[in-house]
Design a protein around this ligand. Sequence first.
Ligand code: GTP
Ligand code: MG
Length: 210
Amino acid sequence: MSTPRASTSSLRFAQFKLVLLGESAVGKSSLVNRFAKDQFDDFRESTIGAAFLTQTISLDANTTIKFEIWDTAGQERYKSLAPMYYRNANCAVVVYDITQSASLTRAKAWVKELQRQANENIIIALAGNKLDLAENREVPTEEAAAYAKEAGLLFFETSAKSGENVTELFTAIAQKLPLESAANSRPGRTNAKGIDLKAGGGDNNSQCQC
Ligand code: GTP
Ligand code: MG
């Protein structure tokens, strides 16, 4: 196991497990697809089980963060699988669709479940997706923002379609993740994971239905 030596003069690499949760069709897979591949499909198949992708971002010239992303299936019949994916997650994005107020109710239920049952240090972001459809909005920004503040969540309104706020969402999460006082570099641990690397980490995008 590597001993971390995070310092400002050296390269730092950390990896974190991220899970996406939310009602079916709110755009979880689309957000990940935009973030990891900068792509968007108007007609996307509903996820079966979960999909796994990775994406690496640079926080600054010295710091690289790799997200190991579990994109869960929102359909009710897969609900019981969710704990398998959020268990040991360092961070979560709970997604709702700004044009469907019922999807915010569902998102709140996921937040409650995460706060009760996931890692106690988990960083949770609430994403109100489909911002490009603001003319059909059912959830006012202020309502969701007030809820997010009260529940201690990061909050962004995003559009996987236009790309608005997608990088910002993942970057804000990365900035809240603990990089110093690292104990080891394995994802899924409650402790921070910053380690020094002499070489930078590269992207490793892969996807599987599992
Ligand atoms: P499940 O896999 O069933 O849980 O759904 P999901 O949350 O992964 O939704 P998905 O990404 O498959 O998107 C559902 C539909 O919404 C697709 O037709 C997408 O093209 C569309 N969609 C996703 N994000 C956006 C967005 O930001 N704007 C618009 N206009 N459509 C979107
Ligand atoms: Mg999906």
